[in-house]
Design a protein around this ligand. Structure first.
Ligand SMILES: *Cc1c(COP(=O)(O)O)cnc(C)c1O
Length: 395
């Protein structure tokens, strides 16, 4: 299928991305949307994803690390997607590295501030800058605690005279994806703290700022969190923020990434043969196994050992297998089952996870199946797929 040297690849379905963007716009029709492309767009490749989102009408992109935001800003500028067309917001400032902060401000990137010290660092650069004040409403990650927020507002007002424009007030929800009364109550508390902080900033004179609180889960499940702007993350990539609350299918989202490889070998093992390092799996009967040329060096979790499913597409049909033995750095083994003849051949395509509703990957495992098998979340499964795996863009 793919035309390249590496035996594994991640297909990135850009038409699925556009479909998901539309779904999120339907869920939050009255807010502006920011496409979140942190960590190489959750492993999908930031530049391609950024261009597709801008083409689909996104005027905002969000990236956690300032360094990455600068790289994307430059890539977008080079391909004609100017700052006027798409703004970039970034929220992790490297402490003490004023060079990168200066470069970001010069490039027009809007930055988050969590403390008076952050405001002073930016003001000391004596450049016109746009900032978003972050209030910690209950995540206890970044942001000023509610009791410290009035001081942050005061610092922002003072900095206005030095060309620092406050354009946003924002926060992040910790439990908006979870079912259950306790999570709902916690989310309502966060919303209330956010509203109080916004009202205070407004009273003190910060009017005309964009308020933003919701990521995908807030958009889908808490309409009162939409405010002026929403931040579209995992939903864009076609995955549910929490499949226990609603599955990808129920949300009408389409997985964007399909991770696949060509089998490098198929062979027969007699009953009792151990497989891979430590012999943690032994063939219980005569069986066929296949060798998949991707490993933890590609971001395949070692926790997938003896657990995760893989679908193999052969010349005559398809079969679902399970990883047996430990995942190695560059490869792993799958159990193809007992058959009188080899059920697959070297060169056949093995799909680790993808979109089970697409014709060419019908009934393949999903990133959620992998997350369950590995004791993690779909976000981590796609995001960790390493840079050496080629991304093949389609659609
Ligand atoms: C990652 C992230 C998002 C997007 O979250 P999803 O759950 O993927 O939609 C939004 N805002 C911030 C601050 C984030 O770090």
């Amino acid at each position: 299928m793919p035309n390249q040297q590496y035996p594994g690849w991640a297909r990135i379905d850009l038409s699925a991305l556009s479909h998901n963007a539309k779904r999120l716009h339907d869920a939050a029709p009255n807010a502006e949307h920011m496409g979140i492309i942190k960590a190489a767009a959750y492993g999908h490749g930031a530049t391609e994803i950024a261009r597709t989102l801008v083409d689909a009408g996104y005027q905002w992109l969000g990236i956690a690390q300032v360094e990455e935001a600068l790289t994307i800003r430059r890539a977008l500028d080079r391909s004609g997607y100017s700052s006027e067309r798409v703004g970039i917001f970034s929220w992790i400032l490297p402490p003490g590295n004023t060079d990168v902060i200066r470069e970001a401000i010069e490039a027009g990137i809007e930055l988050s501030v969590s403390s008076v010290a952050d405001v002073l660092t930016i003001a000391a650069l004596a450049l016109p800058a746009r900032i978003h004040l972050k209030v910690d409403t209950g995540m206890s990650r970044a942001g000023a605690r509610p009791e410290d927020f009035p001081a942050l507002v005061a610092a922002a007002l003072q900095a206005q005279g030095r060309g620092i424009e406050t354009v946003g007030i924002w926060s992040h929800l910790a439990r908006a994806d979870e079912p259950g009364e306790e999570s709902i109550a916690a989310t309502h508390r966060q919303i209330e703290i956010f509203e109080t902080a916004c009202a205070l900033a407004y009273e003190r004179g910060l009017t005309g700022v964009k308020r933003h609180l919701a990521a995908t889960s807030g958009q889908l499940w808490y309409p009162q969190t939409h405010f002026d702007l929403v931040r579209d993350g995992i939903g864009l990539y076609g995955l549910s923020p929490n499949p226990e609350r609603a599955t990808t299918r129920e949300l009408d989202l389409r997985p964007v990434m399909t991770l696949a490889a060509h089998l490098t070998m198929v062979k027969h093992l007699p009953a009792g043969t151990p497989v891979s390092y430590g012999g943690t799996w032994t063939a219980p009967n005569d069986t066929w196994v296949g060798l998949v040329p991707l490993g933890y060096g590609d971001g395949i979790p070692r926790h997938a050992s003896n657990a995760a499913p893989v679908t193999v597409y052969t010349s005559t049909g398809q079969l679902t297998a399970t990883i047996v033995g430990r995942v190695c750095m560059d490869q792993f083994v799958i159990n193809l089952g007992a058959h009188p003849h080899a059920p697959a051949r070297a060169g056949d395509t093995a799909v680790l996870f993808g979109n089970p509703d697409r014709v060419d990957t019908r009934d393949c495992p999903s990133a959620d199946d992998w997350a369950d098998a590995c004791g993690t979340i779909n976000y981590e499964i796609v995001t960790r797929i390493g840079a050496r795996v080629p991304r093949l863009y389609e659609g």
